[in-house]
Design a protein. Structure first.
Length: 144
């Protein structure tokens, strides 16, 4: 579990402020206490963090994050959306180059986008999505 330093102000048994920098008058004044962020381990791309709660019975106060499962369908939609955004960014970069706008290059980007969307659509599980190339490390739209 990860622990990250924070400061919370507790008044009448309730956390009313949570800061990532020390309070101006210091800990122990006006209800300010040290806190740590507790994030349980998650399965990358299959789980994420959601709401958190405070355990003010501990010292330091614990900010405990809940874990939520990411559905395969949601993840698939997210990957498609990312591909479309990346395509648009590449087209925009090309449009801002000082040279003439090359429609054949945009057509090539569109072909690569369609191939990428088709490969995502074929996936039937998280394992299939995991097997896709890591698009954050390679740029399928970059000119060859």
């Amino acid at each position: 579990m990860s622990e990250i330093k924070h400061w919370v102000q507790v008044i009448d048994g309730e956390v009313v402020h949570c800061w990532d920098s020390p309070p101006p008058n210091g800990v122990g004044v006006d209800g300010w206490r040290e806190a740590i962020e507790v994030k349980p381990p998650i399965q990358p791309n299959r789980q994420g963090y959601t709401a958190h709660k405070f355990d003010i019975t501990t010292d330091p106060v614990e900010i405990i994050w809940d874990v939520v499962d990411i559905g395969y369908g949601d993840r698939k939609s997210q990957l498609k959306g990312q591909a479309k955004v990346q395509f648009q960014q590449m087209v925009n970069r090309h449009m801002n180059l000082p040279s003439d706008f090359d429609l054949s290059l945009v057509a090539d980007y569109q072909t690569k986008l369609n191939e990428r969307l088709a490969s995502i659509e074929k996936c039937q599980s998280h394992d299939d999505l995991d097997a896709l190339p890591n698009w954050s490390e390679i740029d399928p739209f970059a000119p060859q």
